[in-house]
Design a protein around this ligand. Structure first.
Ligand SMILES: Nc1ncnc2c1ncn2[C@@H]1O[C@H](COP(=O)(O)OP(=O)(O)OP(=O)(O)O)[C@@H](O)[C@H]1O
Ligand SMILES: O=C(O)c1ccc[n+]([C@@H]2O[C@H](COP(=O)([O-])O)[C@@H](O)[C@H]2O)c1
Length: 194
């Protein structure tokens, strides 16, 4: 069975912050591979300036071009929206029961709000979570401290956000170094976020 880490996000667009984390996970944790799961509609986010699913998928596809252990996943494209992670996990387990053992990858910021996720107790009971450091406000809930299913991985953190990239690109600023080269090219050619 392959140990597969699932990195969920809107990836609007994917940037080098995401890529550094995913690559660090496959190189320095026991995960064999990481799937970027492109979420059509995150439960707590509005759809503002969200590119079509297939364009966000294509940018992830371009980003992982030279990384055989990293893969884009469109598993959520045909699932009910908003996309609750617990439903996606159930779907994946049914589909890949004998091939993959799934776990989650999330930043410390997301772990702080994890108690608000749908059926988070069931997620924790059945899946490991690999957490990377991310600067954020607020405290970690006591229940998530020293939890046997939560593994902290000391990945380098880069404070880049997709929101910043979209906004600055729209204003005509050069955001090229924050994106994998192939993503930048695709985004530029397609005139996204102008
Ligand atoms: N620079 C970064 N380093 C590490 N993790 C990040 C970084 N940027 C975003 N993430 C995390 O990666 C996951 C997927 O990213 P997502 O595209 O949903 O968010 P984002 O980059 O913050 O986008 P937006 O700015 O559009 O809200 C989220 O859990 C988010 O917290
Ligand atoms: O399942 C939930 O209740 C849930 C609530 C919030 C977020 N998520 C997942 O976490 C991913 C990152 O969330 P966000 O809002 O930080 O982009 C998002 O793409 C969803 O797959 C899931």
């Amino acid at each position: 069975m392959k140990k597969t880490g699932l990195y969920f996000g809107t990836f609007n667009p994917i940037h080098i912050g995401h890529l550094v984390i995913a690559n660090h996970m496959v190189e320095f944790s026991e995960l064999d591979e990481v799937w970027f799961v492109i979420t059509p509609q995150s439960p707590f986010k509005t759809k503002q300036s969200l590119l079509d699913n297939h364009h966000r998928y294509q940018m992830v596809f371009e980003a992982v071009h030279d990384y055989p252990k990293l893969k884009p996943s469109k598993i959520e494209f045909n699932l009910q929206q908003p996309n609750y992670t617990i439903h996606t996990l159930a779907h994946l387990d049914e589909k890949y029961r004998y091939e993959h053992k799934f776990s989650l990858i999330m930043g410390e910021d997301n772990l702080k709000g994890f108690h608000k996720w749908k059926n988070y107790e069931a997620i924790l009971e059945n899946y490991s979570i690999y957490v990377y450091p991310r600067i954020s406000n607020g405290d970690l809930e006591h229940q998530f401290k020293n939890h046997p299913k939560i593994h902290h991985v000391d990945a380098p953190s880069m404070e880049i956000s997709s929101t910043f990239i979209r906004k600055q690109h729209h204003l005509g600023k050069n955001v090229r170094p924050m994106l994998p080269e192939r993503v930048w090219k695709y985004m530029d050619e397609m005139n996204f976020y102008r």
